[in-house]
Design a protein around this ligand. Structure first.
Ligand code: B12
Ligand code: SF4
Length: 288
């Protein structure tokens, strides 16, 4: 059997055993939709996220990150948990689902590291690899799309038909050739539910986000104060935002399938102490 296929099957089986819900493999070719990143940066949509403007060329060409790269393994993990209080309930600060548990950067990085260690047991210690979760100079969503994990929705999030969009992504750049997946096909159709749902009109066109208006950016990334005109639109959000994912049909189906255990939401008096302490100690908030 083709060695590239055998290795691919071994990697997929190990990634699944490590707890990833989605595994796909793509080539190391430069990214085809880099023009979207150039345009996004040029229009100032990155706001204060200077790191998104600095590494543009590197993000578009995986070989600038790892010169001998031959394949990119892209992995997805569902993080959906259902809330114990209605998402719109007054008197509760809303923290985005992605920050409810342990810091996903650490959880996924540990698993990616374990997967690379596994590949080295098969292929030898000289295997070259780089792995990233969120913070690396790569475009995870385009790579995930290309590796067949899902398609970029009109809210810009990657959506998978079976698992929905509540996904963390991670990627391994590898110097071994593997058999690649076909890119995923898009299934948004004429639906514009996410665009309409966004309270700050941050989705300025299908698949184009002006981060400067996005609640996620305003409550996590922005160092200065939130612009006055946007403040009333934030509602009860205090860290991140889930609105444009909450109404997705694909996510709704996936929620029922993969719902996991839930940490409780905490009312405002305790938010300042217990919650902030907890977030500061263990969640992605520490990175912000
Ligand atoms: C910067 C950033 C942000 C910024 C900007 C978000 C944005 N939409 O660009 C802010 C702070 C706002 C943000 C918010 C969130 N983020 Co964020 N973020 C990133 C980061 C670091 C880079 C994203 C980026 O490159 N943006 C630039 C734009 C131009 O790229 P893009 O939207 O990904 O689009 C590319 C392709 O998908 C393709 N494309 C997109 N649409 C279309 C449409 C067509 C027709 C075509 C042809 C191509 C195409 O072209 C683009 C260039 O390759 C990635 C991690 C990474 N290294 O990739 C995480 C990441 C995208 N974020 C993630 C998450 C979970 C979130 C939040 C849900 C967190 C929250 N709940 O608050 C929100 C979602 C808000 C939203 N609607 O996007 C996940 C997304 C997982 C998923 N299922 O998609 C990632 C992948 C992190 C991770 N490792 O899991 N984020
Ligand atoms: S995360 Fe919230 S503010 Fe940002 S685009 Fe989605 S709905 Fe709009």
């Amino acid at each position: 059997m083709d060695r590239r296929l055998v290795l691919r099957q071994q990697i997929t089986a190990e990634a699944t055993a490590l707890g990833f819900d989605l595994v796909g493999i793509t080539s190391a070719e430069p990214l085809a939709h880099g023009g979207r990143l150039h345009a996004w940066v040029a229009q100032g949509f990155a706001g204060e996220m200077g790191y998104m403007c600095r590494d543009v060329e590197k993000r578009l060409e995986p070989s600038r990150v790892l010169p001998d790269v031959r394949s990119i393994i892209v992995l997805g993990m569902n993080y959906y948990t259902s809330p114990t209080v209605p998402e719109t309930s007054l008197g509760h600060g809303w923290i985005s689902r992605y920050a409810w548990g342990q810091d996903y950067h650490t959880v996924l990085s540990d698993k990616l590291k374990a997967l690379v260690a596994y590949i080295r047991t098969i292929e030898g210690p000289d295997v070259q690899a780089r792995w990233y979760v969120d913070t690396g100079p790569i475009l995870e969503r385009e790579l995930a799309w290309r590796a067949g994990l899902g398609w970029p929705g009109k809210n810009t999030n990657l959506i998978n038909r079976q698992v929905g969009s509540w996904l963390f992504l991670g990627a391994i750049l590898l110097d071994r050739e593997l058999v690649y997946d076909a890119p995923a096909t898009a299934h948004c159709g004429t639906c514009t539910r996410c665009l309409i749902a966004c309270p700050t009109r941050a989705l300025v066109a299908p698949g184009v986000l002006d981060a400067r208006r996005c609640i996620s950016y305003l409550t996590i990334e922005l160092r200065g104060s939130i612009p006055r005109d946007l403040r009333p639109l934030l509602g009860t959000h205090i860290f991140g935002c889930d609105i444009c994912q909450a109404g997705l049909r694909a996510s709704a189906e996936a929620m029922a399938a993969v719902a996991r255990s839930v940490p409780p939401m905490i009312p405002p008096p305790e938010v300042k102490e217990a919650l902030l302490r907890r977030i500061a100690a263990s969640a992605p908030a520490r990175r912000a």
